[in-house]
Design a binder for this molecule. Structure first.
Ligand code: F6R
Length: 605
């Protein structure tokens, strides 16, 4: 989704802005641009191509400047066109980049048109530029402050005025924004990652903040326009190896990185207890009558799997909620609820809002599970666990999902340990099983050639069912989501027992059913459900365990993941589904790492 980088310095900042945009590319975008302060009027370059192409244009036109703002845009209001790309100017004086959505942009636009402003774009952002211009009397900070009071919606903004050469102003409400402080220069970015290598000192802005940046100097005002000291955080960011190596796509690379990501996530876990979780203590787990898991998309699926672990391992009632629904529903909540937002990015607007909604209801025992340290969600929660998946570049979540599951299992087991529902023998056995996961994952990933053969068949179909039961039903949901987003094939997940209540009517020889069939207590029931599909000519693609007794034969193909892996089995069964979506996408020549219409970090509602 949209990304912001800005810099004010005494040297040419354009190379740094381009580098920052490159680091934000993984979030997904459809156009990009950069603007710099110049005597006379600001200059900019924008395009609907990739950042590399923008960089070539910039070098051709010799765009340089010591104050600049840059943007990757993921279209919400207005088509992905050059004219709608940011930075957006108002009367060649004010330059703005914006993430988020100004919900009252229509009424603001009507007011500005009355004042004589002409709109050149279809974006909501243009009202910000003109509004700031309308309040501008030589002091950008006060113009931005006055403007932000009139916005409804979400925004992260970076702005400069062409008549104030050494100054950049930022503001945030609901969308991420971080200021970076160097010796003689300052920066703004929607993700600290964009500034790696340029500074390691950051100020994470809070909602309602406005920030004034001059070379080497950052001043923050809060919602009430009082000057505030926000903590400076020193963050050493290693520039991770983001090369593809021998892989064809980041998604494939990230699927194969899962054994390492799980090993890293478990690196310091020798026993269960509150010390595994940052800022947690016994009270985080002791006074819990209920667990509420909040997330979107794949992260919600992780919550759905974990819900069952909380109930079976910790014997605590658990509920997994789609964050975008939860945030708008009236709730009756037990104050002894442990609220667990789950998010790869830690910036997903709906999950963040759901967390804040829960906090506003007085649920303050919150523990975030996220992959990005210092993200808004990790900062907003009282305690946290960082998964160590490393940067995930492919838009589709893969290694983030399996490490979320590992983290959630640790949380469920810790809760069980503190509540006394888990014996020390069980603790030892679960920990051993967790530490065996990377090897077991490698064995499943080695079956890629078999999955490619499946993908060659499934990629020719227009729709598919995904079936599972119990803790494997959310895995079927995850498999279906992956096939939709990566291969653009319609896929629906069903709890296998539900088929006969309607969807069986759609089963024909052209409708493949991908089944997660672990060798567990529900296997016989699942076999009956598979028979219902076979009897209607449906083709079965079954992910199962050794000894499950599901032979490959006419109309049924099986892939064995190894011996049944107990409660952690969902982590192994999802791997062939990720590969199946990936290879089906390859067969259909889709844009695997940047699927159409999607973005990595969804910072708008
Ligand atoms: C699907 C996918 C999305 C994300 C969702 C939440 O492959 O990646 O469904 O899981 O947008 O994102 P995070 O986890 O960053 O909150």
């Amino acid at each position: 989704m949209c990304g912001i980088v800005g810099a004010v310095s005494q040297r040419n900042v354009v190379p740094m802005l381009i580098e920052g945009l490159r680091r934000l590319e993984y979030r997904g975008y459809d156009s990009c641009g950069i603007a710099v302060h110049r005597t006379g009027k600001p200059r900019r370059a924008r395009c609907t191509a990739r950042v590399n192409s923008l960089a070539r244009t910039i070098s051709d036109i010799h765009l340089e400047g010591s104050l600049g703002i840059a943007h990757t845009r993921w279209a919400t209001h207005g088509a992905p066109a050059t004219m709608n790309a940011h930075p957006i100017f108002s009367r060649d004086l004010i330059a703005i980049v914006h993430n988020g959505i100004i919900e009252n942009h229509e009424s603001l636009k009507a007011m500005l048109v009355e004042q004589g402003y002409e709109f050149q774009t279809e974006t909501d952002t243009e009202v910000i530029a003109h509004l700031v211009h309308s309040f501008y009397d030589g002091d950008l900070l006060s113009a931005v402050m006055r403007s932000t009071h009139m916005f409804r919606g979400t925004y992260a903004i970076a702005a400069f005025s062409n008549s104030e050469p050494g100054r950049m102003v930022g503001a945030r409400e609901g969308s991420p924004l971080v200021a970076g402080i160097g010796e003689t220069e300052t920066f703004l970015a929607s993700d600290a990652l964009a500034l790696a290598g340029y500074t390691n000192r950051f100020v994470f802005l809070e909602d309602g903040d406005v920030v004034d940046l001059k070379p080497g100097q950052v001043t923050v005002w809060d919602r009430d326009r009082r000057s505030v000291e926000r903590p400076n955080r020193l963050i050493e960011q290693s520039l991770e190896d983001t090369s593809l190596g021998s892989f064809s796509h980041y998604m494939q690379k990230e699927i194969f990185e899962q054994p390492l990501a799980i090993t890293n996530t478990l690196a310091n876990v020798a026993s269960l207890g509150s010390s595994i979780f940052e800022d947690a203590d016994r009270s985080t787990f002791e006074n819990v009558d209920k667990v509420l898991l909040l997330g979107c998309g794949t992260s919600h699926h992780a919550g759905l799997v974990a819900r069952q672990w909380f109930e079976s391992v910790a014997r605590v009632p658990a509920q997994a909620e789609i964050a975008s629904e939860f945030r708008y529903r009236e709730q009756c909540h037990d104050p002894r609820t442990l609220v667990v937002p789950v998010s790869q990015s830690g910036e997903t607007a709906d999950t963040l809002a759901a967390l804040k909604y829960a906090q506003a209801m007085g649920l303050d025992n919150t523990l975030a599970i996220g992959n990005v340290a210092n993200s808004a969600m990790m900062r907003a929660a009282r305690s946290r666990f960082q998964t160590r998946a490393g940067v995930e570049i492919g838009v589709a979540s893969s290694k983030a999902f399996t490490t979320q599951l590992v983290a959630l299992f640790l949380l469920a087991a810790t809760l069980g340990r503190v509540r006394g529902t888990l014996s020390s023998q069980q603790e030892t056995s679960y920990l051993q099983q967790l530490h065996k996961l990377p090897v077991a994952c490698r064995a499943v990933l080695a079956k890629e050639p078999q999955v490619i053969a499946w993908a060659n068949e499934i990629s020719t179909r227009e729709s598919a069912f995904y079936l599972g039961r119990g803790v494997h039903f959310p895995i079927a949901m995850e498999g279906a989501l992956k096939l939709k987003e990566i291969a653009y094939i319609h896929a629906e997940a069903y709890a296998a027992g539900e088929l006969k209540h309607g969807p069986l009517a759609l089963v024909t020889p052209d409708t493949p059913a991908v089944v997660s069939a672990p060798n567990d207590a529900l296997l016989d029931k699942l076999k009956s459900n598979m028979q219902e599909v076979r009897a209607r000519g449906g083709q079965l693609f079954v992910i199962t365990d050794n000894g499950a007794g599901i032979p490959s034969g006419s109309g049924t193909r099986t892939l064995e993941t190894g011996a049944h892996f107990g409660l952690l089995s969902p982590i192994l069964h999802v791997l062939p589904m990720q590969l199946l979506a990936y290879h089906s996408g390859c067969a259909r020549h889709t844009d695997i790492d940047k699927p159409r219409n999607l973005a990595k970090s969804v910072t708008v509602e």
